[in-house]
Design a protein around this ligand. Sequence first.
Ligand code: ZN
Length: 175
Amino acid sequence: MSILKVAQMGHPVLRERGRPIEKAEFRKPLFQKLIDDMVETMHEYSGVGLAAPQVHMGLRLFVALLEEDADSKSEATVIINPEIVPNSKTREDGWEGCLSIPDIRGRVPRFTDVTVKALDRDGREFELRLKKFAARVAQHEADHLDGVLFFDRMTSMESLTYLDEYSRYHSKDDD
Ligand code: ZN
């Protein structure tokens, strides 16, 4: 496995729409290696999610740690060609960061209860119901597949915060 280079805000790949993965691709060793490398890269940079465009691949694929609570640990979930359907209209503001926008945090409104329909790394269909933080992570990562960054979803720039100041003043806001 290897650590991949993460595209930083301003790189055009982050603004492009990823293409769906086709059936024949799931069996390719290089595709499976990309998934393993993305998981390793996400862990290396302490991310909770990483989308293929963030590693310069215009594909509809992301990996994520999908826990309702931001501090719990879980295995990476591989999500391919996802469709995200909100289960209610309720949105909540919460803090987000992004490996492509280092050291910045901002508050973003997201649906609190969603169903993700996707394919796993073997091309099998599955559905996941996600709430709270896990729902937030999935919406953030799915946005990357459409070239959308979390700044685009903020309704006000007032909460934009550097990581140091976030840790000092805001890290307990959502508790
Ligand atoms: Zn991101």
